[in-house]
Structure formats: C-alpha cells, structure tokens
Design a protein around this ligand. Structure first.
Ligand code: AMP
Length: 425
C-alpha cells in the first residue's frame, strides 16, 4: 500500500493527531482571516511554484533553505527550473511588482495562507509540507507598520485563545550594520572554526550571523564561551532610531514583548525589525511564527525599491499550542435533519426532499433503507436535531414522520409544513 511521504500530512476532520484535524486548521485560518481583513488586508493567492530565481534571490544564498538545499526544485518542460515555494514573501513581492501595485495607495496590505515546502529533517512540529498564514504590508518603510504587523499577529494568537505567548523583538540593522557585525563575527569565530558544525563552517565567510541561530549544541557551546556581542550593539543611528520607534509604538499599544539583542532570522532578506513569537510550552526552538522588515527584497528580485514588513504564522505549530493549552475548537455544525428512508423507494424521496430543504438547513440523508430504530441511532450519532422517516406508510399519506431527538416528540408533517419549520426566524 502506498503511503504519504514522511513529513507530509493528510488534514481531515477525524485525523488522529490534533494538528491535522481540519476543523482545527479552519479555525486558525478563519480567525486569522477575520483579524487581517479587519485591518484592510486583501487576500492574495500566488502560485505554489515559481521560477527558482524568485526564491533563490529572495531568501538569499546563505539561508538554510539554499545552503541546506531545502528547496524542492523541478525542471519545467521548457528547460526553466522551478521551485515549490519555501516561503511566501518573495512571491508576494514578485506579484506586487508584476501587477504594478506601486501605483495603488500605499501601503498595500496583503495576506495569504497555504502550503509551504521545505526539505527539512522531519520531527514533531517540523514538516516537509507545512502551512502558513502570511501577512505583508508593502510600499513604505515606517515603524508604525512594523508595530501594526506585530499587533495583528499577537491579536490573531490571542483571538485564537492562546495565552502563553512571548514576543521577542530584535533588529538585524541595515546592510552596512550587518556587514560590520559579520566582520566582527568572522574575526571572532575564525580561530574556532574547526569546532563549529559543518553548516556553520560553510556560513563563516558568507554570513556568520546565521551561525548564531544554529541549532547545533556544539556551535552554541562555542558561542557561549566567546561571549559574542549581540547584533543590537552594532546598529547604526538610523536603524537604532527605527528600532526604538517600533518599541515605543508597541509600548503605546500595550503589547508586551522582550527585546532580544541576539535575534537573527533564517532568511537573508530581513533588515531592521525582526521578531518571533514563541509559546512557553512548546520549547524555545519552535516559534509559532516570525516576521520582519525586508526593504531590499524587491531589488534583490530585480525590481524597484519596495520596502515591506510582514510575518508568517506556522499553522501546525499554532495547532500544537492550542492543543497544549486545551483551547476548545468550535465543532462542525451537525445536521438539523437526518432523513431516513425506510424502504428502497424512500431513497430518492429523501434526496428530493433534502435538495429542496438544503438552501435553508443542513440535511443529511441515510444512504440505504434502515429500520426506524437503526435510523434513529444513526441520527443520534450524527448529532442531528430531527430525524425524518420516509417509508411506505408516509408515502401513502404524503407526509414525513418527524421526530425531535431531544424531546422525543413525534408528528407527521406534510412537505410544506416541513419547509416552514425550517424557515429562518
Ligand atoms: P520562517 O519562514 O522560517 O520564519 O517560519 C515561519 C513559521 O513557520 C515558523 O515560526 C514556524 O511556526 C513555521 N515553520 C517553519 N518551518 C516549519 C516546518 N518545517 N514545519 C512546520 N512549521 C514550520
């Protein structure tokens, strides 16, 4: 029997594991959608795959995605190389440029949700196909938009019912600040290169900042020993003022956060503001989501300057956090009426009646004729409010026998009466 690729998951209502239950997924997506639309963001769906360059140039040559060859790359028939999206931002910036959104009133606030693909080693909370909700505010470089993005992200988590949140805010500075910091790190780490992991050694010349984010224990031991100065100490005056302004705005919004001077993010395109949201109960290394500013990204893609700020929320991670906090997820509505044929001829009668009633109420029909007792059991199992029996006796009188499952009250109704019973208030 063929099985799904490890690290990918089927998402359906009765999935055994909580994060893969479709109502949980839908609850997260619909909540986020309501919050983001409420702030004027419009939904965008970009293709699941793009030309490889969009992501390669976008996420940068020293990101995990490129260094560890995490991208799923495919050859198109025309000889062009494509990639399944390993993150949504570069594609959204590509779309912004392609559709001339620069002439729209700025900022342009967009959001999307959908699958993301990374060939990572599988572990709990880390998958090869996972899902993100993604928000971007494009066109302006203004700390107010960074504060708004953080506020929206926090409000999504809180509206979902999560409590144990921790917002970590940092700044990765401007490109000049980063190159000074990288130079400092190179000089500091070079003498200890042989003690670093292979991945970190590969990053030492290109982007040593990313070593700070290494999950390797040996790397972390070296870093602790060297008492590395944090990025925040290397900010130039402009990036510093920007960072302080974001902090002031968050204070005014009453959003709790902690400044994490060491915060670096996995993608190369970030400048200035970077943040992560963690959940106290699922461990420090597994963020619920992250975001940042990426003012140079559009130019990296060969476009004009389009500053932007945005975030990605990992849906499966949020689902894990919801489970750990025991948040009740709204159940799917049960059918108002379960129509049960008692004989063969009742089957199509049930279907005709169900189709007439369906615009108004949720009606399920029993597929095969059953005894009234069996049909009742089935209706109870489905959580229906009413069960309607359609058998020979009903046919002869042109009625449906309707039983209210809670009170047990039973009466015969003609189709017209049935319609008015389910007529809205
Ligand atoms: P990133 O684009 O790496 O900043 O990721 C944003 C969010 O997506 C993270 O904070 C996680 O919640 C989630 N995420 C990232 N990678 C994975 C993965 N392999 N599996 C599941 N969730 C992930």
């Amino acid at each position: 029997m063929l099985r799904a690729v490890p690290g990918t998951n089927d998402i359906f209502a009765r999935a055994r594991e909580f994060p893969f239950r479709e109502p949980v997924f839908r609850y997260i997506v619909e909540t986020a959608e309501e919050v983001l639309r409420g702030a004027g963001a419009e939904m965008i769906h970009t293709p699941i795959f793009e030309y490889l360059e969009v992501f390669e140039k976008g996420v940068g040559p020293s990101s995990d995605i490129v260094v560890k060859k995490e991208m799923y790359v495919l050859e198109d028939r025309g000889g062009r190389t494509l990639a399944l999206r390993p993150e949504p931002t570069a594609a959204i910036v590509r779309a912004y440029n392609q559709h001339g959104m620069k002439v729209w009133p700025q900022p342009v606030r967009l959001f999307t949700w959908g699958p993301i693909f990374r060939g990572e080693r599988q572990q709990k909370g880390r998958y090869k196909q996972f899902h993100q909700i993604d928000y971007e505010a494009l066109g302006l470089s203004d700390p107010l938009l960074d504060a708004e993005a953080i506020a929206l992200m926090v409000r999504i988590y809180k509206t979902l019912g999560l409590k144990h949140l921790e917002v970590k805010l940092g700044s990765v500075g401007d490109p000049e600040d980063r190159s000074r910091y990288n130079q400092y790190l190179r000089e500091l780490l070079r003498p200890h290169a042989e003690r670093l992991s292979e991945d970190s050694r590969a990053r030492l010349e290109a982007n040593p900042m990313r070593i700070l984010d290494s999950k390797d224990e040996g790397d972390q031991a070296v870093l602790a020993e060297l008492e590395v100065r944090p990025m925040l100490e290397f900010l130039g005056p402009e990036a510093r003022a920007f960072h302080q302004q974001v902090c002031r705005y968050l204070d005014q919004l009453g959003i709790s956060y902690s400044v994490d001077p060491t915060l670096v993010r996995g993608l190369d395109y970030y400048v200035r503001t970077a943040w992560e949201v963690h959940h106290a109960r699922i461990g420090a290394k597994s963020a619920l989501g992250g975001g940042g500013r990426y003012d140079g990204l559009s130019e990296m893609l060969g476009g004009p300057r389009v500053p932007g700020v945005g975030f990605g929320i990992g849906i499966e991670r949020v689902a894990i956090a919801l489970e750990q906090e025991g948040v009740a997820i709204p159940a799917d509505p049960s059918p108002a009426l379960y129509l049960a044929p008692l004989d063969e001829a009742g089957r199509i009668e049930a279907l005709v009646l169900a189709e007439q009633l369906r615009p108004k109420v949720r009606v399920e029909i029993g597929y095969s004729p059953k005894s009234p007792r069996k049909a009742l059991e089935e209706a109870l199992r489905k959580g229906a409010r009413y069960v309607g029996f359609l058998g020979e006796a009903e046919r002869a009188r042109g009625v449906v026998t309707l039983k209210h499952l809670e009170s047990g009250e039973q009466k015969e109704l003609e189709p017209l009466q049935l319609h008015s019973l389910f007529e809205g208030p």
